[in-house]
Design a protein. Structure first.
Length: 108
């Protein structure tokens, strides 16, 4: 029988994380990223008290690899820093040259 995780509460950040200033939290995540060559294409934009960190990818990854890459990053950060962290990726604007030629403009 499969366990239903929809009713399970998400883990919360610990008191150490909550008591840090945002710049300290960002520095902690940056230090983690700098220590890992497989995550070197990430930059931290914000690290909120509730555990939500927003990152941006400096190099584009194909869509079929991006999801697994971000899940692996989140799992690693949860294990190394705080289990209550949730990773969000900053959206990138539409880069389609064909839509731009047709005059379609999509903003984020």
């Amino acid at each position: 029988m499969l366990k239903n995780y929809s009713s399970v509460d998400s883990p919360e950040t610990g008191s150490d994380w909550k008591n840090m200033k945002e710049e300290s939290r960002k520095a902690l995540i940056k230090k983690f990223i700098d220590g890992r060559s497989d995550f070197s294409n990430l930059e931290v934009l914000s690290a909120k008290e509730n555990g939500q960190i927003i990152i941006i990818m400096l190099e584009a990854l194909p869509a079929n690899k991006r999801g697994l890459f971000l899940l692996n990053f989140e799992k690693s950060v949860k294990f190394a820093v705080d289990e209550g962290i949730t990773v969000w990726c900053e959206p990138v604007g539409d880069k389609s040259k064909l839509r731009a030629l047709r005059g379609v403009n999509i903003t984020t």
